[in-house]
Design a protein around this ligand. Sequence first.
Ligand SMILES: C[S@@+](CC[C@H](N)C(=O)[O-])C[C@H]1O[C@@H](n2cnc3c(N)ncnc32)[C@H](O)[C@@H]1O
Length: 405
Amino acid sequence: MWLHANKIFLPMKIVKSHENSTKKIIFLNSTSNYSKDDKKNNVKSDGDLNYSKVSSYKKSTLSFLDSSYLSKINNLQKSDDKSWFDVTKITLEAFNFLSEVNHDSTITYQKFYNKLWNILNELHILTKDLNQQSLKKEQLFFRGSLFNLLNQSLVLSRALTKPYGYPGDFVMLQTLYDNKPISNTKLGCYLDQFFLDDELARAVVNRVEVMGNRVIQFINNSEKDELNILNIASGSGFELKKIVNANFNKKVIYHCFDQEVASLSYIAQHSQDKNPNVEVRLYKEDIRTFFRNWKSEQKFDFIYNIGLADYLPNIIMSSLVKESLENLNPQGIFVLAHKDYTLFPYHHPSWLYDWNFIHRDLEQYKDLLRTTTDKPFSVWFESDKKIVYFSEFNKSVTTNDRKNN
Ligand SMILES: C[S@@+](CC[C@H](N)C(=O)[O-])C[C@H]1O[C@@H](n2cnc3c(N)ncnc32)[C@H](O)[C@@H]1O
């Protein structure tokens, strides 16, 4: 499989682990077959940096860190010395490179992209066997050391600081959909662009496009004169903009709920009252309580969610699926989107801005759905990369109608 990054091609292999048969990714750089041991040997034989130099760099960097950050690091378990050394060395390399980009106007975005991609790749390979605590510690060190540089990117800074308290708030997502760097410096704009060019970001943009098309198709194909559609955790309602601009001659009541009032205000500004056939109703609600608080007899013809399932533990995701199916009209459709973490470099968001998704590949996702309900479902994708999968349930189809999902 080939991972397309702008104009270069980076080979990406997916291998099966024998022990547990879950898929693992090995990222390779574009010129050589990369082996973890070779790389470690390179680090060891590098004469410029010895252990004590790296060690004193680490200590001096730590002393500049904010004290709460430092205590967070100290409270985490000490990782093994080898990765401690290697991560520090690569962090120093990243620090020097990003500082250089800051001052050298001749460094192109393509060079920046390749270098940062390789740095993150090396960090991922060096630390992939660490336990969660030790990995967190190394990541905190990396981000803390580069804080003033990474922070030049308004996009990365928002992603990391999480002003609403969770990753991927509607402003963040809308920045992604707008697809433009927004920072004030060259380095900041390069980092913004790196975020926007990531495989994950492209898949997330495709996801809303594809979902919008599916809803429009459903509206056009339905024989009903009036339809009730429910958008769970609607965010900035990107796909809704597309829907209110579409032409259809039936009444659509579009119910959107989200825990964030500001995101609902954004929808009110951009999508409400834009099409006489579409009535947008907004609710401030939590997924854990929405259906419980839904006092109306009104059921829905189409329910969907994009962008939340990857953060939901199994128990909450299962109840979301069950409640959505219960609240469908007889011919109703329920669609739930999810990302396959094995198909994009999930360590980029993890190292750069501490975004971590629940890891479910397609089979694990299907298994969870099968243990939640005996209703059959079909699966479709955001593009031929298949990073985001959509499971689609039709209330009127039973297991006997469709034996194989
Ligand atoms: C990743 S965004 C996706 C938004 C939108 N569906 C999209 O694809 O652009 C996740 C959204 O879920 C909302 N959210 C997170 N946790 C929630 C919860 N427990 N209940 C309701 N909404 C929640 C956030 O406010 C945010 O708008």
